[in-house]
Design a protein around this ligand. Structure first.
Ligand code: GLN
Length: 478
């Protein structure tokens, strides 16, 4: 049996009909991890009790009580808490930190009987788009080891793409599930803001963050999303998804063509995007040219609101409450216990460059005298962009763009932070407006003799994930 082609759906059939055991399935992934993890740097830790978890799942299967994810091996991004296990957000400041409770998504997956293989590499505290900001080394793209996997959920995307997990969880604040999924040729869903509880997800930008699945097929994406979504009393921003009657006529797709003429979009992406539009037309979708006049301000809005929230969320890592602690200077009046010194030393040593940059940026945009000019203004523009989306969705069922302006870039290629931020141009908008969006694999670009995956992104109104799944199934011929 060729397990590399297994999806969650297919594995479920095999597990339930006893053609495959949860233990053999877990062993298959452990063997692949053993072979590939050294080169790819996907897992920061492979859990030592994977077989034990699989045995527990098998008992449930044997009793005939299996749920959709019982015995399914998953990889979890290193910013989602699993009780009793280490969780570091790929940061030195939390290097030896152990979670004291389960994130709500983990609780739900445990109730399903899923098997957790390990925790995956990421940009430190999810700040980045290439996994190069991890304190524990970069994750490599399986299509070309000289290129990035994308980020910040780079480990989670490569885990699925390189067949060292059946599916995974990532988190998406400005594209961190969709961008690496696109770079690695897999699917990544950023659900509606609030549809998945953030309890136990280390906060980055609290008004933007959402946990989402990375998988090989739409059906698998849907299965995980259904397992993790739902209102949660531990997250006051969580919402119950209204059951909506899907418009069977959901056949109109809006394309903001004006976005495609921006600088910095690679020819490969443009060509692939045109082909994808043609494919959708041939599938019977009506493609409408739409205008989102202020969408070009999304990136600026994001890079003000996000660091503002980052600067506040990072304040908790002070050397007192969690993780790393550096003593103060013994020669100061209060000696090594000088609190300010402890803060400075701990944060200076524990945080990487990009995290420090964002804390400084965020503190600046929130400071007296600049608050109105930056943070206040960004909130106003956020509102305008939201309104423009609401208007657009009166005319179309979904909005289509590429996921990224280029295929995966080379490791070390983008040394200027601004250049790196530009890679988020298509993805940040969905977080700004809170809408669900998905990245679907749409083909390949051939660069330096290597095939590099490309992706398209669909965005739909709040709580209309079903439209994403519906269009996605047609596009991917599922
Ligand atoms: N690349 C974006 C950033 O650097 C998105 C990060 C994310 O979604 N966590 O902020």
């Amino acid at each position: 049996m060729n397990l590399s082609e297994l999806t969650i759906k297919k594995a479920r059939e095999l597990l339930d009909s006893k053609q495959l055991s949860a233990i053999d399935l877990a062993k298959y992934y452990l063997k692949n991890i053993e072979e590939k993890n050294k080169d790819l740097n996907v897992y920061l830790e492979v859990f030592s009790d994977v077989i034990k978890q699989a045995e527990d799942a098998q008992k449930i299967i044997n009793k005939g009580e299996a749920k959709e994810l019982t015995g399914i091996p998953l990889a979890i991004k290193d910013n989602i808490l699993i009780k009793g296990r280490k969780v570091s957000a790929a940061s030195k400041i939390l290097e030896n930190y152990t979670a004291t409770y389960d994130a709500t998504v983990i609780k739900k997956l445990k109730e399903e009987g899923a098997v957790f293989l390990g925790r995956t590499n990421m940009d430190e505290f999810a700040m980045g788009g290439s996994t190069e900001n991890s304190a524990f080394g970069v994750t490599k793209n399986p299509y070309d080891l000289e290129r990035v996997a994308g980020g910040s959920s780079g480990g989670s995307a490569v885990a699925v793409a390189a067949d060292i997990a059946m599916a995974s969880l990532g988190s998406d604040t400005g594209g961190s599930v969709r961008e690496p999924a696109s770079f690695c040729g897999v699917l990544g869903l950023k659900p509606t803001y609030g549809s998945v509880s953030r309890y136990g997800l280390m906060a980055m930008g609290s008004s933007l963050d959402v946990i989402g699945p990375i998988a090989k097929t739409i059906s698998d994406t849907e299965i995980i999303f259904n397992a993790i979504k739902g209102v949660d009393k531990m997250d006051s921003t969580s919402i119950e998804m209204e059951s909506r009657i899907l418009n069977p006529e959901s056949r109109t797709i809006g394309v903001p063509y004006h976005l495609m003429n921006q600088e910095g979009i690679s020819l490969d992406v443009k060509k692939n995007f045109e082909e994808s539009v043609e494919k959708l037309k041939n599938l019977g979708f009506e493609i409408i040219n739409i205008s989102l006049p202020n969408i070009d301000k999304s990136l600026a809005v994001y890079y003000i609101i996000m660091p503002a929230e980052v600067s506040s969320n990072m304040a908790r890592y002070d050397g007192v409450k969690y993780g790393l602690r550096e003593d103060g200077d013994p020669s100061t009046p209060l000696g090594a216990g000088n609190l300010l010194d402890v803060y400075k030393k701990t944060r200076g040593k524990g945080f990487g460059k990009e995290v420090r940059r964002r804390i400084i940026l965020g503190t600046y945009v929130l400071s007296t005298g600049y608050y109105d000019a930056y943070y206040g203004k960004a909130l106003q523009v956020r509102r305008i962009i939201k309104d423009e989306f609401a208007q657009a969705f009166k005319k179309v069922d979904a909005i289509l763009t590429p996921t990224t302006p280029s295929p995966a870039f080379k490791i070390g290629e983008k040394s200027d932070p601004l250049e790196m931020y530009l890679a988020d141009i298509f993805t940040v908008t969905a977080n700004i407006v809170g809408c669900p969006a998905i990245s679907l694999p749409s083909g390949f670009a051939e660069i330096d003799g290597k095939k590099l995956p490309l992706g398209i992104q669909l965005t739909v109104p709040h709580m209309d994930e079903d439209i994403l799944f519906n269009i996605g199934k047609k596009f991917l011929n599922e």
